[in-house]
Ligand binder design. Structure first.
Ligand code: HEM
Length: 433
């Protein structure tokens, strides 16, 4: 019996609440999605969404439930392309393509499950440990300084995303993967088009292949071509960088396929860029609206680590990942059945009133702050230590270089249901003397 056959016996949320969970515009406006999630946490913390065109899915809104699921990666799988919310039509087309022997659009850590997942994760994991990441400090600081220099020429007003926040993590990724620096604008455009197939400012014309997907698969092909050439080059001329480690990795004594290596780069390039840009941009937006919080950190830089965690909690750049149950399981008194699909809502976990006092207040000095923005469990963010290093240095530079920030217009977010975040941040600032 499929999930839709038993819907009547289960807790199904109202249709309008369910529809918003799959509506990129609700995420773009941000307040509607948080109103939705707050209502769900209070009234139906684990409920089924039945949205036209989508297989039904459970919406997991509570912090502890997301952790409980994360603790059991063999019961709750990422399950290939179903790792993010896709509509039935797209799922069917993908299944057909696979059945015809075509490759998926990418095969990444995020689409894999045990035992394959851990084998692939271990290729890059040693390079992502706190100790290894620390060795990048000087390079990351040099990049941060170069990006903050761009504020000097902007007459006290800029789109902070374009001038600083988007450039910084991208330049770090470019350095890390040894990509040509002149590709920066092209990579920025490609990542934004990849993650926001429904945002009219980003993708002028929605291409057929990606309708119903959470990422633009036409762009994935462009990326794949770009990164395949880098893999080939690193195979010819290996160095000591992470790109060479991935390109020349072996599993069970055999080199990994070119496709898998290029997919790995794609994941690092995409996962490592928009997320960090959104958390720094979103934090600057919050600080621009709260001069007292800005002043607090300006006067006491020891608050930067807590500001960094608050930035991730507040912005929760990743809006969801999905899991597929492999066995019946009781969660929060609800019967999950084998085959059920579940949406893990990180922004909701990060506003959970049972965990965070006054969750809708942005507090630079919030301690403790067990934010869940990097996920939890076997798939927990592989780049979290790099992201933390980048954010630490970002805030140090911000407070060294700038005395005041205020909004100079209305900020805008991307219409995206996976990696959301800030699209435009018009900012007025005063540089420190
Ligand atoms: C503030 C910045 C970031 C946030 C909020 C973030 C968030 C996340 C989340 C929520 C996941 C999925 C966790 C799960 O399913 O349980 C994830 C996975 C991942 N992230 Fe990040 N991330 C950030 C930065 C980065 C950076 C800088 C990199 C790399 C340079 C990166 C690389 C990855 C990779 C490779 C995965 C897949 C891990 C796996 O499936 O095993 N992320 N991230």
């Amino acid at each position: 019996m499929s999930l839709s056959d038993v819907l009547d016996d289960r807790r199904v949320m109202p249709a309008d609440v369910a529809a918003r969970m799959a509506d990129p515009k609700a995420y773009g406006e941000w307040a509607p999605i948080h109103r939705n999630l707050t209502w769900l946490r209070q009234n139906m913390p684990l409920a089924l969404a039945n949205v036209d065109g989508y297989d039904p899915f459970w919406v997991v809104t509570k912090y502890e439930d997301i952790k409980e699921i994360g603790r059991q990666p063999t019961i709750f799988l990422n399950n290939g392309i179903r790792k993010t919310l896709i509509n039935q039509d797209f799922a069917r087309r993908s299944d057909e393509a696979l059945a015809e022997g075509r490759k998926p659009f990418n095969r990444s850590l995020l689409t894999m499950d045990a035992p394959e997942h851990m084998r692939y994760r271990l290729i890059a994991a040693p390079r992502c440990s706190p100790k290894r990441v620390k060795t990048l400090t000087d390079k990351v600081r040099e990049i941060a300084r170069g990006v903050f220099d761009r504020l000097e020429g902007d007459g006290g007003e800029c789109d902070f995303m374009d001038t600083v926040s988007n450039r910084y993590p991208l330049r770090v990724i470019i350095a890390l993967l040894g990509l040509p620096p002149e590709d920066e604008d092209m990579l920025l455009d490609m990542t934004q088009r990849f993650f926001s197939p429904s945002d009219p400012d980003v993708t002028a014309e929605q291409k057929g292949n990606s309708i119903g997907a959470t990422a633009n698969h036409d762009v994935a092909h462009e990326m794949f071509e770009y990164f395949s050439a880098i893999v080939a080059e690193r195979r010819r001329n290996p160095g000591d960088d992470i790109a060479s480690v991935i390109a020349n990795a072996q599993i069970d004594g055999k080199p990994i396929e070119l496709f898998d290596a290029a997919s790995y780069y794609m994941t690092i390039a995409t996962a490592g860029h928009d997320t960090t840009a959104s958390s720094t941009g979103g934090a600057v937006w919050a600080l621009a609206e709260r001069p007292d919080e800005f002043a607090k950190v300006k006067a006491n830089r020891k608050l930067i680590p807590s500001l960094m965690y608050e930035a991730v909690r507040w912005t929760s750049p990743v809006s969801h990942f999905m899991r597929t149950a492999t066995a019946d399981y009781t969660l929060r008194g609800q019967q999950i059945r084998a085959g059920d699909w579940l949406m893990l809502c990180y922004p909701s976990a990060n506003r959970d009133e049972d965990i965070f006092p006054d969750p809708f207040e942005f507090r630079a000095d919030r301690v403790p702050n067990p934010q869940l923005g990097f996920g939890f469990g076997a798939h927990v963010c592989l780049g979290q230590h790099l992201a933390k290093l980048e954010m630490q240095i970002f805030f140090e530079e911000l407070f060294n270089r700038v005395d005041l920030v205020e909004l100079a217009g209305e900020p805008r977010r991307f219409d995206s249901i996976v990696v959301g975040g800030v699209k435009r941040l018009p900012l007025r600032y005063r540089l420190a003397k």
